[in-house]
Design a protein around this ligand. Structure first.
Ligand SMILES: [Zn+2]
Length: 421
């Protein structure tokens, strides 16, 4: 792996002139109001406001193209078309389906990436028509994340309208694989391959509101299957039982002690197995979700889970004085790295100064989102809302409210300028 200067700085912390030179400007949040008053930037912000109706039209259009998990192709093709239409350069689709387009800067650095995820949580066949009643739009994914996708396009239009020239280039990305078992596969490809070692700062625009997420809650998800020969409940009585082993494991998991801070959680979400009430099952399974904002705590919790499963298997076999009859297979089905950014990090103070300069409130939050991946690589990254309001995310009854939604677009425009200087 190529270590970019940014990575090297993050590792060395002190004595890195390049990063301090670049981020020294961003650290000076008092510079943001002046930037907002710059004639070109002010024109871009005004353009974002004046153009909000187009942004909303585009949000609806994007949302009426389905993007179920692991099949974002159709929506990706539309974004490729829209990236081209809005004048981005070198518009392309990478190996996993991320769509990229560039807006050149005057120099090569800082290289800012602004991304929005394409995928939804809704399976193939979910009706995607959007209905509109006054200021309320209803449709699956209308906030999460058709809003983010529409806003990145609006940012490009506004910057061009204002004639804004940024110091560094901005790569706009409509990425795959943010939701659920998508497991950040879009980000893993983007940072591991497509743009490896070239990204200085990262902003994901996700859903509504104006919050700034600085903590990427990491997660690990396992599907654990206990297997045995199985047999007749009466005739084969005395045979170790995979369901019993599962029960033993769950009993141990339910007693795990975890810190309140950093917030660390565990959940047995689904269980299943067996074929009949009068048969010793040949299999029993569970799906387990572990989360923490701290990578070390997540690793500790992960070890506890492994030990609980192994002990449950041993105990179930020992109970019937047998060995290796019941076994367990642990399959990692989700792995999102954790990452935390200090609230005094330049990208955070800049984002807060941007909102403040526009007279907006932007609360800090934690989430599990695309920013987890760059944060885990020590690349400054935040996830922000695209403005407006939303409710019922991840439900087919999802809505988005357009009241003052232009504020989110304007916020993204000024942030794009502030982070690409
Ligand atoms: Zn989202």
């Amino acid at each position: 792996m190529v270590i970019s200067r940014n990575h090297a700085c993050a590792v060395l912390l002190a004595g890195c002139l390049w990063i301090s030179a670049v981020d020294a400007w961003a650290q000076d949040s008092s510079a943001v109001p002046a930037l907002a008053r710059d004639a070109n930037v002010a024109a871009a912000i005004q353009a974002a406001k004046a153009d909000e109706h187009n942004t909303i039209e585009q949000q609806i259009r994007i949302c009426e193209v389905p993007a179920p998990p692991f099949n974002e192709t159709a929506r990706g093709a539309l974004l490729k078309e829209l990236f081209t239409a809005v004048g981005l350069r070198n518009v392309r689709t990478d190996r996993v389906g991320n769509v990229l387009g560039e807006r050149p800067g005057l120099a090569v650095h800082p290289h800012l990436v602004i991304a929005a995820h394409l995928d939804t949580v809704f399976p193939e066949g979910t009706p995607v028509a959007v209905t509109r009643r006054g200021t309320v739009l209803s449709g699956p994914g209308i906030g999460d994340n058709c809003r983010g996708l529409a806003v990145i396009l609006a940012v490009v239009r506004a910057l061009d309208k204002g004639g804004v020239k940024t110091t560094g280039p901005i790569t706009f990305v409509a990425n795959v694989g943010e939701e659920g078992l998508g497991d950040l596969r879009g980000m893993k490809e983007l940072f591991g391959e497509t743009l490896e070692g070239t990204v200085d700062r990262f902003v994901s625009i996700d859903n509504a509101g104006l919050g700034i997420s600085t903590i990427g809650v990491g997660s690990k998800r396992y599907r654990v299957t206990f297997n045995g020969p199985g047999g007749h409940s009466f005739g084969q009585f005395g045979l170790p039982n995979p369901a019993n082993a599962l029960g033993r494991a769950i009993a141990k998991i339910s007693e795990f002690q975890v810190p309140r801070e950093p917030r660390t959680t565990f959940n047995v979400g689904r269980v299943g197995g067996g074929t009949s009430v009068n048969a010793i099952p040949a299999d029993a399974w569970m799906e387990v979700d572990l989360r923490s904002s701290d990578p070390a705590q997540l690793a500790i919790l992960d070890r506890k889970l492994q030990q609980a499963i192994d002990a449950a298997v041993l105990e179930e076999n020992a109970r019937w004085s047998r060995r290796n009859v019941v076994t367990a297979t642990k399959t990692l089905v989700g792995d999102r790295p954790a990452g935390v950014l200090s609230s005094s990090a330049p990208i955070v103070t800049t984002a807060q100064a941007v909102a403040h300069a526009l007279g907006l409130e932007a609360p800090l939050a934690e989430s599990s989102s695309d920013s987890n991946l760059p944060l885990s690589l020590n690349i400054p990254a935040i996830t922000i809302g695209g403005g407006g309001g939303s409710s019922d995310s991840h439900a087919v009854s999802e809505t988005f409210t357009t009241v003052d939604s232009w504020e989110g677009t304007a916020n993204a425009v000024l942030l794009a300028v502030a982070l690409s200087r």
